[in-house]
Structures are given as C-alpha cells and as structure tokens.
Design a protein around this ligand. Structure first.
Ligand code: TUI
Length: 309
C-alpha cells in the first residue's frame, strides 16, 4: 500500500480540511509550506473564485496542494473540470458521491481522495479508482455523517486496500497516534487549524475555539444535512425552529449568510461557527507550522508498535 507522504508529496501525512470560506490559498499555502497538504476549499464558491485561489497559491508555495470540492454545491461540475484544466494534482471531495467525476480525474492523472462517511461508499470509490479515502467521523465540524471516528476507521481499514486517512476528533499527537492505532495511514484536521495565526477568520471565531469545552458544539439541522457548530443563539434558535417544523423558507432566512457572518464579521450571536468536538482541547493560537510539528514530534518512536509511516 502506498505511503501517504509518497502519494501526496508531503513531509507529514496530514491533510488540512477543505473548510468552506476558510480554506483559502493563504491557509492552504501555510499548511503546504509546513509539510502537510494544504487544500483550497471550494465550498459554495464558483469556478472563477477557485481559479483565482489556485493562481494565488502558486505564488505562495512551490509545495503540493489540493482542492476540495463540496459536492452539494451547484458549481461542483464546473470546478471538477477546472481542476483538470488547471493541472491540479490532488482533489478531495465531500458532502456527496464523487464517482461520476472520477474517471475524468483519473484519466487526467490526478490523485483522488474522497471524504466518505460509510464503508459502503469507501468500497464504491475504491472500485472507481480512488487513491485513498478520508474517513470522517461525526466528531468533526461542519456537515457530518452518522458514525464516529473510533468506530469507523477500523471498519473502513478492513474493507478497502487503499490508505485510510482519519478525520474528526484529531487535534494533537494523541489523536494522531489513536488514528494510526485504528488502522489509518494519515490524518485530516480542521478545527485545530482554525486556531492558527495564518487562518483567515475573524478573531472572535478563534476566541470561540480556544474557549470551547467538551460540550461546546451541537449538531444543527435535519437528519438530511446535519452540521456541527459551536452552540450559540443561532444554533439553538435553528434547532428549535426545526423541532416546531418551521418552513424551509424560515430556516433559509435564518441561515442565509450565517457562515460568512461567523467567518468575516465574527458575529457571535447570529453566525454559524462550524467546529469539531475536539475544539475543547485547543487552548492556544499557534502558527500552522507549530501545530503540525508538535503533532508529529518524535512520532517515529511509535513506529514499531503502530505500524506507521
Ligand atoms: O463536507 C464536509 N463538511 C462540510 S461541507 C460544508 S458546506 C455545508 N454547509 C452547510 C450545509 C451543508 C454543507 C461544511 N462542512 N465533510 C465531509 C463529509 N462528507 N462529511 C460527510 C460527507 C459525505 C456525506 C455523504 C460524503 C459522501 C456522502 O455520500 C452520500 C451519497 O450520495 O452516497
């Protein structure tokens, strides 16, 4: 099985999550320059926005980077093609089934790493040519599946012959070691990177992460599109509206622009601050390089016991 660092061209087997409206060229370049794989998160943006970020990251790093496509976005098809035209080496996908795009990406020689929430989808994308999978547990922030990282990783690792990258609930070296112990060959992190100097979010967002405790996040939304966020006025109101079967329009009105309200305005009451449960262990703001190096410090000491790297 291919080593993740060899597959991705990285120093450390760590991928940055493709956080919508947060994972810009600036954050992704910082991660790539620190030895991980930085991702430009397309989120709900269009292909022109993604093209500009690709142009920008190429001025900020000569290290490998990737693009994450959020498959629920109406712009997903045009962005899928853009990555081929722009000769982007690595694509990750989330929030949907990437199989319809995969033969074109593989024909273009790209490395394809889908985020998957179940064994079934992991097997499907492996068959379609995926180079690795990111198994993301429901501890993660943002849009989530139903399984936990702890239960999912060994089951996915048993079911596929490609490397499994663990995501959801990892913010320090303990999480890295746990992920390897469960059978993962790499990790993906999001929440811990929110609390970095380079992360282009409002200071209030960083403060919320650093001040989080174990019970600070809550799942909002229906069964169809559950999203984990920091529990605030907005999250409580949203869930009580769902409970009282509010109309789609009412819910839309409440959530409209709420992600940008969090990321750009730092609006504590009405923003939607996506974050994982592991926010509770994130206590300080560091540079991206400090975060990554601390996570992997002396990791080779565990090489024999964990069959890693
Ligand atoms: O995608 C994410 N996290 C995200 S996307 C996002 S933008 C958004 N904002 C509000 C509402 C909805 C989305 C914020 N956070 N993580 C990766 C992930 N992918 N988690 C779960 C999945 C997933 C779910 C279903 C992947 C595939 C899938 O397939 C279903 C199918 O069609 O088989």
């Amino acid at each position: 099985m291919k080593n993740i660092n060899v597959l991705l061209g990285t120093k450390y087997p760590i991928i940055q999550g493709g956080m919508a409206n947060i994972a810009t060229a600036k954050l992704a370049a910082a991660v790539s320059n620190a030895g991980g794989l930085g991702l430009i998160g397309a989120g709900g943006n269009d292909a022109l926005w993604v093209k500009n970020e690709i142009d920008r990251i190429r001025t900020l790093t000569d290290k490998p980077f990737g693009v994450n496509i959020m498959l629920m976005s109406p712009h997903a098809p045009e962005i899928a093609q853009l990555l081929i035209d722009e000769n982007v080496k690595v694509v990750t996908t989330g929030a949907g089934n990437p199989v319809p795009y995969m033969s074109a990406w593989k024909a273009a020689g790209m490395i394809v790493v889908p985020v998957i929430p179940t064994v079934r989808l992991a097997m499907r994308v492996e068959q379609a040519g995926a180079d690795a999978v990111i198994a993301e547990g429901m501890e993660a922030g943002g849009h989530i599946g139903k399984l936990t990282t702890m239960a999912m990783i060994p089951q996915i690792a048993d079911a596929v012959n490609i490397p499994v990258i663990a995501a959801g609930g990892i913010a320090d070296k303990r999480g890295v070691l746990a992920a390897f112990a469960l059978g993962a060959k790499g990790i993906q992190v999001g929440t811990v990177l929110l609390a970095t100097k380079e992360c282009p979010i409002h200071e209030n967002y960083k403060k919320l992460i650093v001040e989080s405790t174990d019970t600070s996040t809550v799942i909002t939304g229906s069964n169809k599109a559950p999203v984990r966020v920091i529990k605030n006025e907005m999250a409580v109101k949203y869930n009580s509206l769902i409970e009282s079967s509010a109309s789609f329009e009412t819910l839309e009105q409440l959530t409209f622009g709420s992600l940008k309200k969090a990321v750009i305005d730092g609006d504590i009451e009405s923003g939607s601050f996506m974050a994982g449960q592991i926010a509770g262990v994130v206590k300080e703001i560091h540079t991206v390089k400090e975060v990554i190096e601390t996570m992997f410090k002396d990791i080779n000491n565990y090489k024999d016991t964990l069959n890693i790297l």
